[in-house]
Ligand binder design. Sequence first.
Ligand code: FES
Ligand code: FES
Length: 123
Amino acid sequence: MKRGCEEGTCGTCTILLDGKAVKSCIMLAAQTENGSIITIEGIGTREKPHIIQQAFVDEGVVQCGYCIPGMILAAKSLLDKNPTPTKEEVKLALDGNLCRCTGYSGQIKAVLNAAANMRGDKQ
Ligand code: FES
Ligand code: FES
């Protein structure tokens, strides 16, 4: 998990709380009581990345990398609920995650590719 704006606007601090992407900087510890928390460290490793992480690398959308953990967790929250999202649904899911380097089209494509890979679709 990364620290950024600390006021709920950038999304870099995103975690999954009971599977839902939330901005941890604007949450109190008490709000997470008895909840299941997953951070970016919990979904993949350098040696064995999560399919979404691999899709971001394959699409070449990791530049400075600052926004990427939050983007990936926001994407995971979406794809765990909706394995066949539309482009608009991906845009909405990433809406709270700011990227200053890449623009967003590659990241949206990476999430759509990850969805296809998670479903086992041939591309
Ligand atoms: S650090 Fe920017 S939303 Fe939390
Ligand atoms: S890759 Fe640099 S902020 Fe998104």
